[in-house]
Design a protein around this ligand. Structure first.
Ligand SMILES: NC(=O)c1ccc[n+]([C@@H]2O[C@H](COP(=O)([O-])OP(=O)(O)OC[C@H]3O[C@@H](n4cnc5c(N)ncnc54)[C@H](OP(=O)(O)O)[C@@H]3O)[C@@H](O)[C@H]2O)c1
Length: 222
């Protein structure tokens, strides 16, 4: 059976992502160390779009989201001899827990390190730049705005695919480009991490008229 989407990890971030799949009505295979039997309560709380799965099967999905501690990543992705350009969505943060600082990876971005381990995968960093409870919320603020999610990665087509998924969830995706360039901004400890950014729609018929679209019509600026 071909699995389109999988999440590995069913803790704070994995559950938050699972909630977004559920909200969007998209099936997602979910796997964790505890095995499928341990994930029935997650399915009960989030609904039937959550499909408890073995890790080895989740690793075969077209798009595999990693929501595990960074320390677990290598052992997972190296189980696949060749990813054949399938997408890994990296929601992990590489953290030195002694002082909660960015782990020393010799100047490399953590998603690029994952790409070295995951042969022939296209690694896109997404959904890891804010807190799990914020990620879990409806990205539609109810006031015309949408929560922003940042995307970065070295393959623009893969970035666009993940951005499309984020749009289906209701986020406003912003592609920061390569991991070792704009992507650094959303890496753990970067200036874009740990916030909730809301994007409001802008409309107008010409540049001088461009302004925020606000509920109830435009607000006059005096
Ligand atoms: N929490 C946040 O607010 C937050 C925000 C941004 C980014 N992140 C990043 O997201 C990642 C996950 O964080 P979290 O807070 O969700 O952690 P968590 O609540 O501790 O959950 C970790 C999950 O990973 C699973 N897991 C660990 N090793 C595994 C392996 N080898 N194979 C399969 N499953 C494995 C665990 O399985 P079991 O449940 O069976 O033990 C658990 O479901 C981390 O890299 C973290 O830095 C977290």
């Amino acid at each position: 059976m071909v699995i389109k989407y999988a999440i590995i990890g069913a803790g704070a971030i994995g559950s938050a992502l699972g909630r977004q799949f559920t909200r969007a009505g998209i099936d997602v295979a979910v796997a964790a160390s505890r095995g499928p039997a341990g994930l029935t309560s997650l399915r009960e709380s989030l609904g039937p779009h959550i499909i408890p799965t073995e890790v080895r099967d989740a690793l075969t999905a077209e798009v595999v989201a990693l929501a595990v501690p960074f320390e677990s990543v290598r052992g997972l992705v190296e189980q696949v001899p060749d990813w054949n350009r399938r997408i890994i969505v990296d929601a992990t943060n590489a953290i030195d827990y002694r002082d909660f600082s960015p782990a020393d990876l010799g100047g490399r971005e953590s998603s690029d390190v994952i790409a070295e381990w995951a042969k022939n995968a296209r690694v896109v960093k997404a959904f890891g730049s804010t807190w799990a409870k914020v990620l879990a919320r409806d990205p539609d603020t109810g006031e015309g705005g949408r929560r922003v999610t940042f995307i970065s990665g070295n393959d623009p087509t893969a970035n666009a695919e993940v951005a499309s998924l984020a749009t289906q969830f209701g986020f406003e995706p912003i592609d920061l480009g390569r991991n070792d360039a704009g992507g650094r901004l959303q890496s753990f400890g970067g200036p874009l991490t740990g916030h909730s950014f809301i994007s409001q729609p802008i409309a107008g018929d010409s540049p001088p008229e461009m302004d925020l679209v606000e509920r109830g019509g435009p607000t006059a600026i005096s």
